[in-house]
Design a protein around this ligand. Structure first.
Ligand code: MN
Length: 165
């Protein structure tokens, strides 16, 4: 399947422990689970290998480019593949999601993330998750609110698909 991955990190690191929260997208293509050539990583702003076939839309360009144009690019890369949608809350800037284990400045606003997510409605999404919320590091439940709201929007994508059938 294809992967649409919102994150500050690519999680394609091959030199960590065998399976952990930074290595799964190193292993998943090698195990034939996802096809990187039909996959997009959005909001990346940490060092990563560039030779694994994923399309990376780094945070600087995601914050500068037009949302509609990026949605068109994502749709053309994914095509009609079944899609796993994953949202690491640290894709958002720490101003919008401080409660996470590995925050990185220069991230997306919650507004931009929601607009991108809503544009993915035509995709054939077959599974999804939202990860890396760490309540112990949260302030005034800012992160919990962002995560719950984004997760609700992800469910709306599925509801809209059922409505269309
Ligand atoms: Mn991350």
């Amino acid at each position: 399947m294809a992967l649409v991955h919102f994150d500050a990190h690519t999680d394609t690191y091959g030199n960590g422990s065998k399976y952990d929260h930074g290595t799964m997208f190193y292993h998943a293509p090698k195990e034939g689970l996802i096809d990187p050539t039909h996959s997009v990583q959005i909001g990346i702003r940490t060092e990563h290998d560039t030779d694994n076939g994923f399309t990376v839309l780094d945070a600087a360009q995601v914050n500068d480019r037009g949302v509609d144009e990026m949605i068109e690019q994502i749709k053309s890369i994914v095509g009609d593949m079944p899609v796993y949608l994953t949202f690491d809350i640290d894709c958002l800037d720490p101003a919008f999601a401080p409660g996470t284990g590995t925050p990185v400045i220069g991230g997306l606003t919650s507004d931009r993330a929601l607009k991108l997510l809503r544009g993915l409605q035509p995709l054939n999404i077959v599974g999804m998750d939202l990860v890396e919320v760490a309540p112990a590091y949260d302030q005034s439940e800012i992160t919990a609110l962002a995560a719950a709201s984004i997760a609700l929007d992800m469910l709306y994508l599925q509801a809209a698909k059922k409505e269309a059938k």
